[in-house]
Ligand binder design. Structure first.
Ligand code: CP
Ligand code: NVA
Length: 310
């Protein structure tokens, strides 16, 4: 018997090759241009019969709503569930959940507490699984960010981006993206909040242009884009300690002045004004944060189309 074709999972930017990622970003630009009515050429085959099941172990505004509307605009359907709505919340295994959902649905998107849950789901599902954020990464966000960078400043290849703040899940997806899309990423994080070793080791193995220091001014000098994120991610408990460590990493107008003229500011949102970013920068002319939020919709239409075989 021939082996069943493995599903097109979207688990991490590091798991896909540069050509596939470029194809998805190009499709995201085309999706945005096309608006609500996605042209047939960009839609997966038989989309009207396809349903995405979404599972949330953590809260979400953008991911939940943009995936749902993305499926509707493609012409399919979506179902959004908190994990406590499922037997998963009472101890049914992730593996059994994956096998059951694979009999009903056509793709699964999960926002999981741990990356291990995502991995187990993907290992046991016979339909595509999409990472809607874990403790380790947030690849859909960074695909939308790449789209946003390109619509403001042109192709990202060869450019320079600075990440200032916590070396968290979003930072790790930026490290993956820098390596696959061929741009330089300079991270400035307190030493105790550097990204995890496995992400740093991966970048070294793949020869990515990623530099890490604890100096925000050095990191932002002359860059095309400055990115930050909340100091306390969902599930983190040491808020007071983190806020103290991260206070010197706040992005304000003074720090933005060190970036290139015309540099943009990005933040995946939700933002905490007066903490990781000043009100002035978040609401200022360099900020593209609401374009990023909008582009979650377009980038995810492209990701869904790829996962569903378009
Ligand atoms: N940026 C992001 O993923 O937002 P939500 O937590 O609202 O989905
Ligand atoms: N790093 C943040 C991103 C939220 C979209 C978190 O994990 O809470």
């Amino acid at each position: 018997m021939p082996l069943a074709k493995s599903p097109r999972h979207f688990l991490d930017i590091s798991e896909l090759d540069a050509k596939t990622l470029r194809r998805i970003i190009d499709a995201a630009h085309a999706m945005k241009k096309a608006g609500k009515r996605v042209p047939v050429a960009l839609r997966p085959k038989d989309i009207a019969d396809l349903v995405l099941v979404m599972i949330f172990e953590k809260p979400s505004t953008r991911t939940r709503v943009s995936f749902d509307i993305a499926m509707r605009q493609l012409g399919g359907g979506a179902l959004s569930l908190n994990h406590t709505d499922l037997q998963l919340g009472r101890g049914e295994s992730v593996a059994d959940t994956a096998r059951v959902l694979s009999r009903y649905a056509d793709a699964i998107m999960i926002r999981a507490n741990t990356h291990d849950t995502l991995q187990q789901l993907a290992n046991n599902a016979t339909i595509p699984v999409i990472n809607g954020l874990t403790d380790k990464s947030h690849p859909c966000q960074v695909m939308a960010d790449i789209q946003t960078f390109e619509e403001h400043l042109g192709p990202i290849k060869g450019r320079t981006v600075a990440w200032v703040g916590d070396g968290n899940n979003v930072a790790v997806s930026w490290m993956h993206a820098a390596t696959r899309f061929g741009f330089t990423l300079r991270l400035a994080c307190p030493k105790s909040l550097y990204p995890e070793d496995d992400a740093i080791d991966w970048v070294h193995r793949e020869k990515g242009a990623v530099q890490i220091s604890d100096d925000p001014e050095k990191a932002v000098r002359g860059v095309d884009c400055v990115v930050t994120d909340t100091w306390v991610s969902m599930g983190q408990v040491d808020a007071a300690k983190r806020k103290k460590l991260l206070a010197p990493y706040a992005v304000d107008a003074n720090l933005m002045k060190k970036a290139a003229k015309g540099a943009i500011f990005m933040h995946c949102l939700p933002a905490y004004r007066g903490h990781e970013v000043s009100e002035e920068v978040l609401e200022g002319p360099q900020s593209v944060v609401f374009d990023e939020a909008e582009n979650r919709l377009h980038a995810q239409k492209a990701i869904l189309a790829w996962c569903l075989g378009a």
